[in-house]
Design a protein around this ligand. Sequence first.
Ligand code: PMP
Length: 428
Amino acid sequence: MLPSDDRTWENNDVTRRRENSERLEAAAKLVVPGGVYGHGALTTRAHPRFFESGTGAHVTDVDGNELIDFMCGYGPNLLGMGHPRVEAAAERQRRKGDCFSGPTARWVELAEALVERIGHADWAMFTKNGTDATTLCTTIARAATGRRKILVARGAYHGAAPWCTPSDAGVPAEDRAHLLHYRYNDLESVAEAVARAGDDLAGIMVSPFRHDTFVDQELPTTEFARGLRRACDRAGAVLMIDEVRAGLRLARGGSWERLSVDPDLSAWGKALGNGYAISAVVGREDLRDAARRVYATGSFWYGGVAMAAACETLAVADEIGLPEMLTATGQQFRAGLEELATANGFSLRQTGPPQLPMVLFEGDTDFSLGKFFTGDAIDRGVYMHPYHNMFLSAAHTPAIVAEALERLSGSFESLRRYVDAAGPEGSR
Ligand code: PMP
């Protein structure tokens, strides 16, 4: 076995400045619990923790290293960082004001834009983060049905609130008492969970595809999607799709429209404002009254700047034919990685939609190959993740993807040398 610690990539032959990032992290640890917490800490020691600036598909860390970024802020940067039209729209609103005692006209414009593009949307409500949106979905489902149980897929991420956070720390069992699990793409497990919920089933939440950390991505079968719809219809429960991560990259509207399956509610976030803090819940007419009754608010939830950014993001996405564009560059990236891996004697597992690339090394159960590879890639100016799905933006042009692949060819060669030097013990 290769060592799986986070510093193995330091054995490569490229160096990069890391002092500022490490100094800031040490300083943060004194004044912020854990230093950097959250998804930014999901990476390895090789990944810079702090960033300075970004444009398009490139980010620069606090040590001045410029990187082609395949994480896009874990999703929000849909059109690329600092997109001129989105920034201009945000700036126009910022000059007028952001935070008032009520919303701006952008509230109506954005709701209209979402209702127009998403098949099952007859109305929209606005929040700030994905967690706000998924949590609001469950509240509306419970208000509508007067029931308590919510089904989620085992291992799926729906946010950081007590009902759904992956950590048990500080979470009383009562906060999850009404959560039941099924397995993605497994209708038998859905039927079992529905039976356990009995006459208390409020709703089923599902991701457009399985995009859990650490494992292969999995597209839903049509049978699974229709089976969830049927299960909700039979039980009088609410079907909720969590579009927070995948939304807008897979389709212009709802991600399951191509399967002809409409949910009752869906949660949107991340990409919606191209980096501005905005998320949304959209839903069907028969849930409008329940949505009106629940108490939903936040000091910044009326903010006009993020809504102006979101309206422009949607307009630009339509003009450039975004999902098709991302599919093409995603396929280019996938094919290029495959070729480089094979040339260097590695086998990759690339799963799910190419717009959200997931790249794992075959047999790399402890992620030692992935950690070395992504560490080395950062040294060569490509920011990738060893075990979380990545994201493409419209700024990842074919030329930039080709440039990234060129740099990554060095990383595959470096990994080959590293594995060979480890001898038969470390060979894959
Ligand atoms: N649902 C999914 C599918 C997500 O990927 C995320 C964020 N990674 C969330 C919900 C929570 O969103 P946020 O971090 O904006 O609260």
